[in-house]
Write a protein that binds this ligand. Structure first.
Ligand SMILES: [Zn+2]
Length: 291
């Protein structure tokens, strides 16, 4: 964000003297230079795992690398950066009149917590063969839910913490069992007693609600708009149904230890397109500053 602001400030600063010269010569105000620069604004840092929330003319299409989003009728759009991003990415925005602005951003690279665990018995690493079909079916169910693109903009409200608890797991950490890498941990874990309420961190539509998934136990997905989707794992109780529209702060379930969980906790994840976003960074955003 600092880079983006700096880039904008630089463009505005360099455009100003020209605008003044034109104004002086023509004797009427030339606002186009200035308005060109204020056609969009964004919040969020260019760091791995970040969400970038922008406001632009409705219908503007912004892209970050190979993924894009379209500003809704209020001008909101959301983009995201993966856990492992390239060191440099191009942000580009095309306005409805065809004008395109783009800028290149250095992506701050993060160091994640890596744990190596040796001597793990093989049967605890891979699930037994009789559940493979179930796992495949459930992974198709999750993939289908992630294709949701709700036309609301719950993400524009900002996010609140979905549960009280002690943070016991963070985004990006990864374990190696017997030298083999497991999938990185993409969630923010809140450990608390089973039965602790879980609230919608922002409004959205429920696109998956399952009482007992093999890995996740009670599982809920909420699309907060444009496919910016929260997942709530290991729930002991699922209190919503697919299609429900929830408001920020609505209770959606309770913390549990369902699925392959070692103890009662909420694992909150956010996915945008094929990218996993760090919920901790999302909690810091204040989209109200773009209103
Ligand atoms: Zn977790």
């Amino acid at each position: 964000m600092i880079e983006l602001l700096a880039a904008l400030a630089l463009q505005i600063a360099s455009a100003d003297p020209i605008a003044e010269v034109i104004n002086a010569d023509a004797g009427f105000p030339m606002a186009s230079e200035a308005t060109e620069q204020s056609r969009f604004s964004c919040i969020g840092d260019y760091i791995e795992g970040a969400a970038i929330i922008c406001r632009a003319e409705p219908g503007s299409v912004a892209s970050l690398g190979d993924q894009s989003a379209t500003a809704d009728e209020e001008g909101w759009l959301v983009l995201g950066l993966n856990r492992d991003s390239e060191t440099e990415m191009e942000f580009s925005i095309r306005f409805p009149d065809g004008v395109v602005q783009s800028s290149t951003h250095e992506i701050t690279q993060r160091e994640y917590n890596i744990q190596r665990i040796e001597g793990v018995p093989p049967q605890t690493v891979n699930p037994p063969e009789e559940v493979w079909a179930l796992i495949r079916e459930q992974s198709r169910m999750k993939a289908a839910a992630y294709t949701s693109r709700w036309d609301g903009n719950g993400f524009a409200e900002g996010f609140i913490q979905p549960a009280e608890g002690v943070i016991t797991g963070v985004y990006g950490s990864q374990r190696f069992y017997n030298g083999e890498p497991r999938r990185p941990h993409y969630g923010l874990d809140f450990a608390n007693e089973a039965g602790t309420p879980v609230y919608a961190p922002a409004s959205g539509v429920v696109v998956l609600a399952h009482a007992d998934m093999y890995y996740e136990g009670g599982l809920i997905f909420i699309d907060h708009g444009q496919g910016f989707t929260s997942a709530f794992l290991h729930l002991g109780s699922v209190d919503v149904e697919v299609g429900d529209i929830v408001a920020q702060g609505d209770q959606i379930g309770e913390i549990g230890a369902g699925g392959r969980a070692t103890g009662a906790h909420l694992d909150w994840r956010i996915k945008w397109r094929n990218r996993y976003i760090d919920p901790a960074l999302v909690l810091e955003l204040d989209p109200a500053s773009l209103r």
